[in-house]
Write a protein that binds this ligand. Structure first.
Ligand code: NAD
Length: 498
């Protein structure tokens, strides 16, 4: 079915006037959505609609805005099977995993309200005649950019806090997941969000550039690659009047040492590195293992389990652990990156390979990289894990920190002292112990340092970048002090009538 209308501007579904593009099911290459991108004029219309809707939306009380979230959640619950199927079909992630994305979305409303109340509550303190107050104001019109790997949960993680704080939104989803975005926005429309409060512009880089460079936006909340994020950061340089929140990727280390529970360590490593076919920002990319026998034994067990990972289409029964990557393009890029590592001295314990001729499937890869002289510090966004062996714990920490990124890091070990040391010395925004790196609490801040973000973490901390504080000192009436400061004379009787 071809939708004629792909953009949602000022409460109307309209046809895009930019390039036509389609969304493919990466598991079989079939087209599942077709539409046209928003051109620059339509981006302009979307920003204008947001601007027009802003004053009224910002004037509503928190309770009134939160009421729309309840309606959205009810609709999400009603449509969760359809949405999970859409996410599975469009990203390739297996249905069991797509369902967990919906669960995260369903939990977002209450977390968002609680976080806003905790971080942005108004305060009033009176001291004699002077009142000191603190309140929070929305920025205005914000652009929200989403990635493809969590096309529902991650844009939702910016949209809800932005709306709750009183901003209006122009949402540009990934050009690889337009259908999921369209369905989500339909739910917001059904929830009767006022016209112009949330606008949808579909499209790729050109649409993104038109939106990000639009003079009339007050902020941009971005989740995506470091490459695009750094480009946006440069573009926003010299614009302190605009708020920019960047959530980007990582080259994340996972340390496995001093554990007798090899099966659990293998399980946690697989969950860290290969879930979502390695397409999570928090996925482990580098596995740090001590030299010698216990490490060898763990790697052998890991290799065995990884080689048995079930791969298949998102709706296959029995369900696979890994689906396809997002596109054939992503497959080619990863295979090229693996080739570069192999030519640079890495040894394949399991070589990542195309799984079938049809579909963007890759088998999981495991590379021994300890002999590489200068391994590239890059995020390889797929099912490829690099092993680095070390002698001393301090060497493991040096290895962990040998990256410009700083998103997630973790330790699998029975020894709490190792985790304490690691946590104290490793630079990352998320540091887990005996839990997969890919597990994060929505009720905590989510973000990284270095190339992983610009110090504006999301999740519970999103409230901080969605509103600005206004501090105020107030008195009901003005009065003269008992004595004036030196050098100041105010003769009050020349102004009096008597
Ligand atoms: P991407 O950077 O390619 O795209 C993200 C968005 O930016 C898309 O909407 C895209 O159309 C747009 N865009 C691309 N070029 C642009 C430009 N020049 N100007 C304006 N907009 C532009 O990212 P992706 O490939 O969709 O997502 C995968 C990446 O996202 C990975 O690097 C992953 O680590 C990261 N990610 C980070 C988090 C996090 O919270 N830290 C979460 C999920 C994914």
């Amino acid at each position: 079915m071809k939708p004629l209308t792909s953009l949602f501007i000022d409460g109307q579904w309209i046809q895009g006037e930019g390039e036509s593009f389609e969304s493919l099911n990466p598991g079989n290459g079939e087209s599942i959505w077709e539409g046209n991108a928003a051109n620059a004029d339509q981006v302009d219309d979307a920003v204008a609609a947001s601007r027009k809707a802003f004053p009224h939306w910002a004037e509503l009380t928190l309770k009134q805005r939160a009421a729309y979230f309840q309606r959205f959640n009810t609709l999400l619950e009603e449509h969760k099977t359809l949405l999970a199927d859409t996410i599975g079909q469009e990203t390739g992630k297996p249905l069991w995993e797509a369902q967990t994305e919906i669960t995260a979305m369903l939990g977002k409303a209450s977390i968002t309200v609680k976080a806003y109340q905790e971080r942005c509550s108004s305060e009033d303190n009176s001291n004699q005649n002077i009142r000191s107050s603190l309140s929070y104001r929305p920025h205005g019109v914000v652009a929200i950019f989403g990635p493809y790997n969590f096309p529902g949960h991650l844009p939702n993680g910016h949209i809800m806090p932005a709306l709750l704080a009183g901003n209006t939104v122009v949402f540009k989803p990934s050009e690889l997941t337009p259908r999921t975005a369209e369905l989500m926005v339909h739910l917001w429309q059904k929830a009767e969000l006022p016209d112009g409060v949330l606008n949808l512009v579909q499209g790729g880089k050109d649409t993104g550039v038109a939106l990000a460079s639009h003079q009339n936006i007050d902020g941009l909340f971005f989740t995506g690659s470091a490459e695009t994020g750094c480009y946006l950061h440069e573009q926003f340089g010299g614009h302190p009047e605009k708020i920019l929140a960047l959530e980007m990727g990582g080259n994340n280390p996972l340390l496995v040492t001093e554990t007798d529970n090899i099966p659990a360590a293998v399980y946690n490593t697989i969950q860290s590195a290969y879930i979502t076919s390695g397409q999570r920002c928090t996925c482990a990319r580098r596995l740090l293992v001590p030299e010698g026998y216990p490490g060898d034994r763990f790697i052998l067990a890991l290799k065995e389990a990884v080689s048995n990972i079930g791969i298949g289409a998102y709706n296959r029964e029995p369900q696979p652990f890994m689906g396809p990557l997002i596109s054939q393009n992503a497959v080619s890029n990863l295979l090229n990156a693996q080739q570069t590592l192999l030519e640079g001295g890495a040894e394949a314990l399991l070589e990542m390979q195309r799984f079938t001729d049809k579909g963007a499937f890759l088998t999981p890869g495991l590379l021994e990289c300890s002999n590489m002289e200068d391994p590239p510090d890059q995020e390889l966004f797929g099912p490829l894990l690099q092993i680095y062996r070390f002698k001393e714990l301090s060497d493991a920490v040096d290895l962990a920190n040998h990256t410009r990124y700083g998103l997630s890091a973790g330790v699998l070990s029975d020894n709490p002292a190792i985790f304490e040391y690691f946590q104290r010395h490793v630079r990352a925004g998320l540091i887990n112990w005996n839990r997969p790196l890919t597990g994060a609490s929505s009720a905590r801040p989510f973000g990284g340092t270095g190339l992983s973000g610009n110090h504006r973490p999301s999740a519970s901390a999103a409230a901080d970048y969605c509103a600005y504080p206004v501090a105020s000192l107030q008195s009901e009436a003005m009065e003269l002090p008992d004595s004036l400061p030196p050098g100041l004379h105010i003769d009050d009787h020349i102004w009096s009538n008597t």
